[in-house]
Write a protein that binds this ligand. Sequence first.
Ligand code: SF4
Ligand code: URA
Length: 202
Amino acid sequence: MVKAWKGWKVSNVNDRELILDTISSQVATCKLCSLGITRTNPVPGVGSYNTSVMFVGEGPGAKEDEQGLPFVGAAGQLLDKLLNFIGLNRQEVFITNIVKCRPPGNRTPHDEEVEACKPYLFAQIAALSPKVIVTLGSPSTQTMLGKSIAISVAHGRLQQRDGIKYMPMYHPAAYLHKRDPALLEAMKNDFKELHKIIEQIK
Ligand code: SF4
Ligand code: URA
């Protein structure tokens, strides 16, 4: 299913809107995995439909489930600050997750949930044709890059796959758990690196 989207690009903005809105409405009634039963609201993703930069997190948390929007809780506030740090805001990028419904208790999504939900993410990527995808945290990085790599090693290292640049980063929640200043510094450095890449692809 995922393979079918590879190399498929949508150049017309109106078509892109139609496709992204269609994906959101499919997610709204989706019950392809059990997260569709326990969620309050689906969280398909939000942001610019005309951007080269996409952020992919792990899965909605409590606040996201409440509001139907990605990264609106504490981790989202830190993400906003990091975006602002490089002169961006969330309206200028597209933000989504590898699963569109909240895993109960914020547990890591199970493999079968990620597999069930992946076609939506891949369809969003095909519709947006981003030049850079930032993968936030290990589950997102491993899902997108398809291999088991520690985020402590992969973060900030640009990878290229199917004509898209991937930039793995620490998940903002990692800093909120540990409050380690060195971790925040590493995150800021990765955002600076992202800024350079965005300037190059403009
Ligand atoms: Fe469907 Fe994804 Fe929600 Fe599972 S997590 S019900 S696959 S939208
Ligand atoms: N953490 C995530 O990975 N995604 C969200 O949307 C919120 C918190």
